[in-house]
Design a protein around this ligand. Structure first.
Ligand SMILES: *Cc1c(COP(=O)(O)O)cnc(C)c1O
Length: 235
């Protein structure tokens, strides 16, 4: 496909996706602009990410540092500075790299990772907005902290100098009713707001369940396939 044809395709899917989010807001009795769209560009080339920014899409997400770091650098070379959201499971030894380009980390699920990100952000002279990732089914092997541990982790994040505690994030467990998943996440959001009443962000909803997430109070949805198309199977 030519670059121009791809641009037209992305513009069209971006428009349709934004409209669908606004409609979901309206149906939920929320303002049409209540939810921020993060387009997850993982597995798609830097050129697609650059085109999205040129089309006015300010927030982009990635889930692996090995892919995100060079993509962010490529966009910066083109003079494009989106707001980068890191949404994937993160090892402590990647904190220094991620803190160099990410503005948000949605996947903070342990104090040791929070400390590493805080130290790395300080070393880069930057601040990071952080979300506590919640494991809704308690299977923390796939990332996220159990609901009972959300409040202490939030309190720890709130104590760090270069981290801004912003709220919660979750992925609805496979096979669950998404409405039930997002209702549970709302309880964790309340736990975080007991630590900091301003930490109201709720990152929830992917291409398959963003309408339910918006109905359940999401303030950010993370959409890949809806905007960019189906991904090649991960290597
Ligand atoms: C890939 C990914 C998304 C986007 O998923 P789609 O199904 O393509 O919308 C959202 N959140 C996380 C954590 C992801 O890894």
């Amino acid at each position: 496909m030519s670059t121009e044809a791809r641009r037209v395709q992305l513009q069209d899917s971006l428009n349709r996706t934004r409209e669908a989010i606004a409609d979901a807001c309206e149906r939920a009795g929320r303002p049409r602009d209540a939810v921020r769209l993060v387009v997850v560009t993982k597995t798609f080339p830097a050129l697609d990410a650059a085109t999205l920014v040129e089309l006015g899409q300010a927030d982009l997400g990635e889930n692996r540092d090995q892919e995100a770091a060079p993509k962010a650098a490529e966009l910066a070379r083109r003079g494009l500075e989106p707001v980068w959201h890191f949404v994937g499971q993160l090892q402590r030894n990647k904190a220094r790299s991620v803190a160099a380009y990410a503005d948000w980390v949605h996947s903070v699920d342990r104090a040791s990772l929070a400390d590493a990100l805080d130290k790395a952000a300080a070393a880069h002279g930057r601040r990071l907005s952080a979300l506590v990732q919640v494991s809704l089914d308690g299977d923390t092997a796939r990332g996220g902290v159990a609901a009972a541990d959300v409040e202490p982790l939030a309190a720890h994040l709130a104590s760090l100098d270069s981290i801004d505690l912003k709220g919660v994030m979750a992925v609805a467990p496979i096979g669950w009713d998404p409405a039930k998943a997002f209702a549970l996440l709302a309880e964790s959001s309340a736990a975080v707001r007991r630590v900091d009443p301003a930490a109201t962000e709720v990152s929830a909803g992917m291409s398959g369940d963003f309408r339910e997430a918006v109905a359940g109070g999401a303030t950010m949805v993370r959409l890949g396939r809806n905007v960019l198309g189906e991904r090649e199977p991960m290597a």
